[in-house]
Design a protein around this ligand. Structure first.
Ligand code: ADP
Length: 735
């Protein structure tokens, strides 16, 4: 099917022809035949890189030409940016008619308690599912104007963490905009028809790929495919390293999936020693530039570790990297400078980073309850599907590694020749339902128990299960919400002011109950930073650090020494809860170190985490401290002491990772906590102090480049006296 033959505005057709796309891929053509451009709902369950995004683009552009508005929902922030950058290329496409400008695109991933009304003027809005849920909770007005919804990676309905939010968000959107077109994009899963059925959509199910994919298993010196073998020369002790070297020899790049961060780092190091020998001079030079960038953007020893690998043409990639390092590694790989990335499976779920060969070194993953377990077929297919760069590689290959003949045949049976599992709704548990029941009532989607049941009947859970089974869970949730003063009434369910606030703050009602309880109990004389930090680290919304065996004694001693500081009485050490309590305290200690300006190097070493983790903990802590601040404002009359200002200050300190004395300086854009401390220690303690100083003095402390930027930021002509206006320097949006 030719692009030119589609019922789309000329500008859209020209745009695609100009970018070299003339003919639709078979699954795209099937989607058109099934009504993609006529507003029909559709589920496209097709492999990665088979043109799912483009399929969605056609529907969105058609909708915009008809005066509509599209919402593109993704599971991860990183994906939101990737799609945003892609859709921005439509800014020159005048689909709305001459004089109405090109397509406007917005991205919404920021604070949960904001409506982002300003985004309403866009034609396409990209958002994560959590942000979409929060926009619905905050009753953002443009939500009702959406005419096309694209849901990327809809198979994540199966995820215990994110699935319920996605499911409830979609159910709400379908109720809010009944005529809206829904286009769901999915990996190939066993029961794709069931999701399509739930969405009242047509199904496009296909295994077609633009680049051929060969799936094989390495065993005993060969990669074995169905019907063929490839001999791999043995140049290193590690078999996977040999497979890597073979790929490079063929002119390809390699993605290696490992089961843990530690293994991904050690593979990058190990293979680096051999990969380095294959690099030519220009590549080495290009890699040296990346190394410099890595060192410049790192504050911990991990940066040196990464730099060492990159110098050799390899890299590791996991959630512990800081965002600058992640970007450098991804871009370096795309530009074919970095030849090998060894990664935890996060990369398979997240970014569009294909390679000639994918090596899955471990098909087992650690499960806290059951130990090492084989991964689902769906996860294997997602990783294997990264092999083969469309238009660049002639083919792609994925390789599992077997130690015995039996293991090899098992891998063929259980992965290569196996179908992906069915996906199942995870909405049925109290933990998942509690928050969504509250928001459903707050936003008026249900006002009685019967209304609530009717709402649940419309979810994917009810599509797969008899709802009878969860009615007692629903009642338990309602009792919980009433008991904690978030809901009133028996026949008519009415949210209280507290219930409303908790819903819009986007926290779990259980977190809300812990925080409110803690704030009411806290006594003025014993409140410290730890009191409040532990309170938020106790909530189910906080991610918790694991306890390592070496931690027990240290954390136990800290709990004993600081027992007065906790808003709750610590459980006795023999109780089961004590283990949890220790993990909460350990997490709170990390945030405490962060706000007391311990260096990232110290924190990452002490807690055994990466820079990326510290920022992730700080992000969640800031959001929960913000919620605590808002809740403290609401329940002020019931608190024995006013701690609002303490909470508000902590929120800021977590944002900047700084002590209170530094807040004024660090609020100026571009200074950062380390440089701000340097200025402070040298007598430049306030913005006014800097204004009264001169650029030479400041340059000596923080370097000429930053000093110049700082002076510009403060509206001071370099070296001259300040112009007097301090306006704009403390705007929160600038941070
Ligand atoms: P997915 O979302 O399934 O990963 P994309 O839509 O991003 O896939 O497509 C992957 C690549 O293939 C992109 O570079 C895209 O421009 C290109 N592509 C998509 N459809 C076509 C087509 N019909 N003809 C040529 N290239 C295409």
């Amino acid at each position: 099917m030719k692009i030119e033959s589609l019922d789309l505005p000329d500008e859209v057709i020209r745009f695609y022809l100009d970018s070299g796309i003339e003919e639709l891929y078979p699954p795209q053509a099937e989607a058109i035949e099934k009504g993609l451009l006529e507003g029909k709902n559709l589920l496209a369950a097709i492999p990665t890189a088979s043109g799912k995004t483009l399929l969605a683009e056609l529907a969105m552009l058609k909708a915009i030409a008809n005066g509509g508005k599209a919402l593109y929902i993704v599971p991860l922030r990183a994906l939101a940016s990737e799609k945003f950058d892609r859709f921005r290329t439509f800014s020159s496409v005048q689909v709305k008619g001459e004089g109405n400008g090109g397509v406007r695109v917005g991205i919404s991933t920021g604070d949960f308690e904001s409506r982002d009304e300003w985004l309403g003027s866009n034609d396409i809005i990209v958002a994560t599912s959590e942000k979409t849920d929060s926009l619905l909770r905050n009753e953002t007005s443009w939500m009702q104007e959406i005419t096309t919804i694209v849901v990327d990676e809809v198979h994540l309905l199966d995820s215990a963490n994110r699935g319920p939010t996605l499911e409830v968000t979609l159910t709400k959107l379908m109720k809010l905009n009944p005529g809206c077109q829904i286009i769901a994009l999915s990996a190939t899963v066993g029961n794709a028809y069931e999701i399509a059925d739930w969405l009242k959509g047509k199904l496009v199910l296909s295994e077609w790929r633009p680049t051929r994919l060969q799936e094989g298993v390495y065993f005993n010196g060969n990669i074995n495919f169905h019907g063929s073998q490839k001999l791999i020369e043995s140049r290193a002790k590690d078999e996977a390293v040999n497979v890597v070297l073979d790929t490079l020899e063929e002119g390809g790049q390699c993605l290696v999936f490992e089961s843990s961060r530690k293994n991904s780092v050690s593979f990058a190091k190990r293979s680096g020693a051999k990969v380095a020998e294959t690099l030519d001079k220009p590549t080495r030079k290009a890699l040296d530039e990346l190394v410099e960038e890595i060192i410049e953007n790192g504050e911990t020893e991990a940066a040196n570790e990464l730099a060492k690998c990159v110098r050799n043409g390899t890299a590791f990639h996991h959630a512990g990297l800081n965002s600058a390092h992640r970007r450098i590694v991804e871009d370096g790989f795309r530009a074919n400078r970095i030849k090998v990335i060894s990664s935890t499976p996060t990369l398979a779920a997240g970014l569009n980073l294909p390679a000639r060969r994918v090596i899955i070194r471990s098909y087992r993953r650690y499960d806290p309850n059951y130990g090492m377990q084989p991964i689902p077929v769906l996860d294997y297919k997602q990783m294997a599907g990264r092999a083969g760069r469309p238009h660049l590689d002639p083919y792609g290959e994925s390789v599992l590694i077997a130690k015995s003949y039996n293991e090899m045949t098992g891998l063929f049976d259980n992965y290569i020749d196996a179908d992906a599992e069915d996906i199942w709704s995870k909405l049925g548990s109290e933990n998942a339902l509690r928050t969504h029941i509250l928001s459903t009532i707050v936003n008026g989607f249900a006002t009685t128990r019967e209304g609530l049941i009717e709402f649940i009947e419309a979810t994917f859970f009810a599509h797969q299960n008899d709802t009878w089974g969860i009615m007692d869970v629903v009642d338990e949730c309602l009792d919980f919400l009433r008991y904690h003063g978030m809901l009133e009434g028996e026949d008519t369910l009415l949210p209280t002011v507290l219930g409303r606030l908790i819903s819009t703050l986007y926290i779990d009602p259980l977190s809300g109950a812990y925080i409110v309880g803690g704030l009411k109990k806290a006594k003025a004389e014993s409140i410290t930073d730890m009191t409040l930090l532990h309170l938020i680290c106790k909530t189910p919304d906080m991610r918790q650090l694991y306890m390592r065996s070496s931690d027990y004694e240290v954390i136990n001693d800290i709990i004993m020494a600081r027992s007065d500081e906790f808003a709750v009485i610590p459980p006795r050490s023999k109780e089961l809860d004590y283990e949890w309590f220790m993990a909460e305290v350990k997490t709170a200690l990390l945030v405490e170190d962060w706000i007391n300006e311990k260096s990232l190097d110290q924190i990452t070493k002490k807690f055994g985490v990466g820079e990326g983790d510290v920022h992730a903990f700080a992000d969640i802590a800031e959001w929960l401290m913000h919620a605590t601040s808002r809740l403290a404002g609401l329940i002020a009359p019931e608190m024995s002491t006013d701690i609002s200002s303490h909470v508000a200050l902590l929120e800021k300190r977590i944002h900047y990772g700084a002590s209170s004395d530094l807040i004024e300086l660090v609020s100026v854009r571009g200074i950062g906590r380390v440089r701000a401390r340097k200025l402070y220690e040298n007598g430049l303690k306030t913005v006014q102090d800097i204004k009264s100083s001169d650029i030479a003095t400041v340059s000596e402390l923080i370097g000429p480049k930053t000093a110049r930027k700082l002076f510009e930021e403060l509206g001071i002509a370099s070296g001259l006296r300040p112009s007097g206006s301090a306006e704009g320097i403390k705007s929160e949006t600038m941070s």
